[in-house]
Design a protein around this ligand. Sequence first.
Ligand SMILES: Nc1ncnc2c1ncn2[C@@H]1O[C@H](COP(=O)(O)OP(=O)(O)OP(=O)(O)O)[C@@H](O)[C@H]1O
Length: 380
Amino acid sequence: MAADSPPPAVPEPKPEPEQKPGPEPEPEPGPQPAEVHVRFDRVGKTFPGKGRGAAPHVALRDVSLEIRRGEVFGVIGHSGAGKSTLVRLVNGLETPTAGRVHVGPHELTALGEKGRREVRRDIGMVFQQFNLFRSRTVAGNVAYPLKVAGVRQPERDRRVARLLDFVGLLDRAHDHPEQLSGGQKQRVGIARALATEPSLLLADEATSALDPETTGEVLALLRQVNRELGVTIVIITHELDVIRSVADRVAVLDSGRVAETGSVYDVFARPRTEAAARFVGATLRDRPSAQTLARLRARHTGRLVTVRVRDDQGGFQTRLARTFLDHQVAADIVFGGISELQERPVGSLTFALTGPGGAVDAALVALRADGVDLAEEEEA
Ligand SMILES: Nc1ncnc2c1ncn2[C@@H]1O[C@H](COP(=O)(O)OP(=O)(O)OP(=O)(O)O)[C@@H](O)[C@H]1O
């Protein structure tokens, strides 16, 4: 982007919060229903075809979603799935061609441009390419949205220092963006997005330009923003690892539709749709690939069976071992592994099973009856 053109969609600040008198009131007993922060209600977005006679392009179809206040919500999908369009509908830069988008108490489709600008004031944006002013210092970049909103100098300086301290860049305040690494630039981008104290942060491929280590640092910072400041975060990405390490819940977007939505653990440990399973398979690699299977077959006799490991199968490894023993089946673990997702176990183990007569079949029937999720690896 041009050296000094303003970054897009930088929100203006909210008024300073009033000092609360006295202690916080006691919370109501019992669990509180999660408050919805962003709601998509059967949303569609069709773009007119480019050029004469070109067919219109359906970017989103019948999307219904609820993003809860205070959560980190991931939206994952391949290129062209409609992720950026979804973000632009939340900040009101696009309007849906069907359905409704609600942000907090506002229904965006019912608002005019002025109303949408108001809503945008409470939304921060973080971009893949950082969108920093090259000609301004780090502090100048973070101060920019405050300046636009008319926040006076002493208060502006105080807020900028506080934000730079929060993102760990206070000592770089007077540097220019080109003196910073990619990860540091994104920290500045996050500080700038937070300058106006938004309650909602939209991060569109915020780590896609960064190496894995830096990605981890930026994601940890976003998690800190969520936990310490209570900001709702929507992370748009094509990388499952990003969702896996930072999101509470996820929606899998496939060709403009929500294929699946739920907690990160549920969607990844037991994907119900082909689209989700494809993402999971590509990242967790919990099933041996065709080449690996060919190698395993060459090395091992017996039938290859893969068992999924999940946390709702208490004591299942003992049950597994006992079932094999009861049926006189020899079970060699030949592939697999168990890792953690949201601090819960997830993974798979591939066994080479051998036994007399119909022993292997009988063991598999018993395991299935016991609720074990297993799949026999078919010959290619
Ligand atoms: N203004 C527009 N006019 C016409 N078509 C558009 C417009 N914006 C997006 N599209 C089309 O809508 C589809 C979804 O685009 P979108 O940018 O939302 O996908 P995405 O999942 O964010 O992909 P990427 O990761 O590649 O950015 C794409 O086919 C895109 O070409």
